[in-house]
Design a protein around this ligand. Structure first.
Ligand code: GDP
Ligand code: IMO
Ligand code: MG
Length: 427
């Protein structure tokens, strides 16, 4: 029962899409277990580039069944436009399965996301504005709308009424917006029902049966460990659990079934939106990482904040996810630096700290303690084996592995599927 979890070890955008796609050819199911269309996963196949938001990256591998699990929040209009875009490019999307228990991002949730951010002003989270937080809030408040609700108009109407009762008070009296009409929302949601129907399935049953039959299932996280609602840099996080445990709750598979947990780790660090980021650079090095790494958001088009590699964060990701492996991405981006700073610990109020502080105040005060590793200038994008890498690049990888607490089993040296050095097989 090989069940692999593949997740972001930093603040998202580590290259999960590429890593998932790479394995997609050898796995039977690729499952998204949390988040929604806040994700932006880039996959490059030959000369074709795909930007996926809601769909699992396995959708590009013909033999693979893509699954949207119960833990995901689904905006049906985004789903359809993503499916249309892929169909127009000749991708077969007919195998897609969607959990009937997945919650729907309704138009009012998108509105609430945007007005909440506006009201937070300078304290804003910098969300993607896709309605993610309010949809999960409704789920936890037990006033959410699930995909299965689209198939019972009476229940759907009652649930939309319940969800809008309080929200309309808030929208009109606090946020000074117009109230949202129940009938209009119900009509819009019912309009999605027929097209969604063929995809809706009991995905928990499907996945557990697949595992019993020794099929290979890959759980693809969105976002990253430091954006986790429980383990991330709260409140500057997303509203779900991208960490490994989220795969179990978000797909209905028990923890005893998970055989491997792979952390995708960028050879430097990026972050989008607000919140602390100890190794962030505001100088020409940061600008260079952004330019060479193409660090611009796939979903919102925002420039990503860039900084050096942070081993404290990598160790933390190993711990909270129980990582068995790392997939180190974008090593090629670091080519050309004479020496590369790596954050090995923090200095907080004059004291050296080796592990991520649990206190938000301390983390805000954390200053990186750097070690300087020698760089390389050779082009590494054609490297196929570890031995093909220049000595200094090999030493950089080995040093990161030593500091991070799990073996680096693959290295990305370019965005393409084949621009990867495989060290230990994942399957
Ligand atoms: P995700 O959200 O984790 O899937 O990552 P994104 O797609 O948002 O951002 C990662 C970016 O890096 C994408 O543009 C990928 O095509 C690109 N990428 C992934 N791996 C590598 C790599 O090893 N080298 C380079 N140069 N680019 C990579
Ligand atoms: P992928 O899957 C990077 C960030 C947002 C914001 C915070 C909360 O491509 O790695 P939300 O809309 O989720 O409520 O926003 O989380 N964020 C991401 N940052 N990559 C992502 O996804 C992200 N998804 C959300 O920028 O700071
Ligand atoms: Mg991304």
């Amino acid at each position: 029962m090989p069940a692999l979890v593949l997740l972001g070890a930093q603040w998202g955008d580590e290259g999960k899409g590429k890593a998932t796609d790479l394995l997609g050819g050898s796995v039977d199911y690729v499952v998204r277990y949390q988040g929604g269309n806040n994700a932006g996963h880039t996959v490059v196949v030959g000369d074709q580039k795909y930007a996926l938001h809601l769909l699992p990256s396995g959708i590009l591998s013909p033999g693979c069944t893509p699954v949207i699990g119960n833990g995901v929040v689904v905006d049906p209009s985004v789903l359809f436009s993503e499916l249309n875009g892929l169909n127009d490019r000749g991708v077969d999307t007919s195998k897609l399965l969607i959990s009937g228990n997945a919650h729907i991002i309704t138009p009012y949730n998108v509105t609430v996301d945007k007005v909440t951010e506006r009201f937070l002003g300078k304290r804003k989270i910098g969300t993607t504005g896709r309605g993610i937080g309010p949809t999960y809030a409704d789920k936890i408040n037990r006033v959410g709308i699930r995909i299965q609700d689209l198939y019972d108009e009476s229940i759907l109407t009652q649930k939309v009424e319940a969800a809008l009762d309080g929200k309309n008070q808030l929208l009109t009296k606090v946020f000074n917006r117009r109230a949202i009409e129940v009938g209009q929302v119900v009509e819009e949601l019912l309009g999605y029902a027929d097209r969604l129907k063929p995809y809706v399935a009991d995905t928990v049953l499907v996945l557990n049966q697949a595992l019993e039959q020794d099929k290979v299932v890959l759980f693809e996280g969105g976002q990253g460990t430091l954006l986790d609602i429980d383990h991330g840099t709260y409140p500057f996080v997303t509203s779900s659990n991208p960490t490994a445990g989220g795969a179990c709750t978000g797909a209905g598979v028990g923890p005893t079934k998970i055989s491997r947990v792979i952390g995708i780790l960028k050879a430097y660090t990026t972050r989008v939106g607000s919140g602390p980021f100890p190794t962030e650079l505001f100088d020409e090095d940061g600008e260079a990482l952004r330019r060479i790494g193409g660090e611009r958001g796939v979903t919102t088009g925002r420039d990503r904040r860039c900084g050096w590699f942070d081993a404290v964060i990598a160790r933390y990701a190993t711990r909270v996810n129980g990582l068995t492996d790392f997939f180190l991405t974008k090593l090629d981006v670091l080519t050309g630096w004479e020496q590369i700073p790596v954050c090995v610990a923090y200095e907080i109020d004059g004291e050296r700290v080796e592990e991520l502080p649990y206190s938000q105040t301390d983390f805000h005060h954390a200053k990186p303690v750097y070690e300087y590793l020698p760089g390389w200038s050779e082009d590494i994008t054609k490297a196929k084996t570890f031995a093909d890498l220049p000595k200094n690049a090999q030493d950089y990888v080995k040093a990161l592995e030593e500091m991070s607490g799990a073996p680096i089993s693959a290295i990305g040296v370019g965005p393409g599927r084949d621009e990867t050095i495989e060290i230990n097989s994942f399957l």
